[in-house]
Ligand binder design. Structure first.
Ligand code: UT7
Length: 333
């Protein structure tokens, strides 16, 4: 039996507050022109204080459950991807489980940053294929705006990020029609840990939380932008080509490429390297900024709701981020 994992529900949520590049001009030494030219971003959504990542995840989950036309009590497992959990521990999976009022099902948190969604999808795919679970809620959520450095040292990062969440319901498809997840391909190279990271808090420090770290700004995310840019442009196309080869497909077979929305220049470069026309690339970073693990499911959910993605289409998903981690996934919609 050729079982496939199929997406039966999709939803996304961004907090209502819109922050434009002009708003950022008032907060730090930057300009709308710089941000648009270097990243393609025009605006992003930021959560209000008091809202946590799990709240965004919950909202997206509700939408996916509604879209799947299931009762939430049917969900038998939760996978949550985020680099910005409400708390240092536990993760947000259990918080989503409690907010939804679900029974004592398992809740797994995935820590693979911008690639978190691809990693989460690959795990869900295995559970469904081997018949462990029948209705998985996969949610990817990110709340970055609460911890950004508005000084010149952090402005390269702080103009990029937005808050948001995307969620999926995944179920088995035994019909033999070939629709669903075709494959996932995961990669990492930990030599690049400190090229894109939040150094503190660190278990290496005893005590972990020290005032000097606040003064040094080491609780903020930091990145070597050019190294990340270069590697993202290299690794995302490589992982797509790797997957296509394994599946015996070519880039001409792909109807839509959905890259992690890290920077519009990266998305266009990835498309150029893969030789896929720009019209076949889903790009929504203009409105949301980089929502890290949530960016692909938000883009997927939006494109499906807009009617761009139709039954039978081949989707190639790819992501790259902190770790470094990267990967691709292929879905026959
Ligand atoms: O989600 C995965 C993780 N993130 C990424 O994939 C992002 C990857 N990297 C990038 O997208 C780009 O490297 C950035 C958008 C972050 C930066 O663009 P860049 O073209 O690589 O700029 P740069 O870092 O080379 O900086 C160019 C100049 C510098 O000034 P000087 O040294 O030339 O005088 C920066 O200080 O731009 C300056 N700069 C800014 N200016 C205005 C850096 N950030 C800003 C800013 N506003 N926000």
């Amino acid at each position: 039996m050729d079982r496939k994992t199929i997406i039966t529900g999709l939803g996304h949520y961004v907090p209502p507050k819109v922050v434009t590049n002009f708003d950022l001009e008032k907060m730090m030494n930057t300009s709308d022109q710089w941000i648009r030219e270097r990243t393609g971003i025009v605006e992003r959504h930021w959560a209000e204080p008091g809202v946590g990542t799990s709240d965004l995840a919950y909202e997206a989950a509700l939408r996916a459950i509604e879209d799947a036309h299931i009762d939430k009590s049917e969900i038998d497992f939760i996978i949550a991807a985020t680099l910005s959990p409400d708390h240092y521990f536990p993760g947000i999976g259990v918080m989503v489980q409690a907010k939804l009022g679900l029974k004592e099902i398992g809740a797994l948190d995935i820590r693979d940053q911008c690639s978190g969604f691809i990693y989460a999808l690959s795990v869900a795919d295995q559970y469904i294929k081997n018949n462990t679970y029948k209705k998985i809620l996969l949610v990817a959520a990110e709340l970055q705006s609460a911890n950004l450095d508005f000084s010149d040292a952090g402005r390269d990062m702080s103009v990029l990020f937005g808050d948001g969440a995307g969620a999926l319901i995944l179920e088995p498809n035994d019909s033999g029609d070939g629709l669903g997840v075709l494959s996932c391909h995961l990669f990492s190279d930990g030599r690049f840990v400190n090229e894109l990271w939040m150094e503190k808090p660190s278990s290496k420090d005893n005590p972990t939380f020290r005032e000097e770290f606040f003064h040094q700004g080491s609780f903020y995310p930091r990145m070597n932008g050019r190294t990340v840019f270069k590697n993202a442009c290299e690794k995302m196309p490589q992982s797509v080509e790797f997957g296509l080869k394994q599946l015996g497909l070519t880039i001409e077979d792909v109807d839509y490429l959905i890259p992690h929305q890290a920077n519009d220049r990266i998305s266009l470069m990835v498309a150029h390297i893969l030789k896929i026309p720009e019209e076949k690339v889903i790009r929504n970073i203009q409105k949301y900024g980089n929502t890290t693990a949530a960016s692909i499911p938000i883009a997927l959910s939006e494109a499906v709701k807009e009617g761009r993605i139709k039954k039978g289409m081949l989707l190639a998903l790819t992501a790259f981020g902190s770790g470094f981690t990267w990967g691709s996934a292929f879905i026959r919609w």
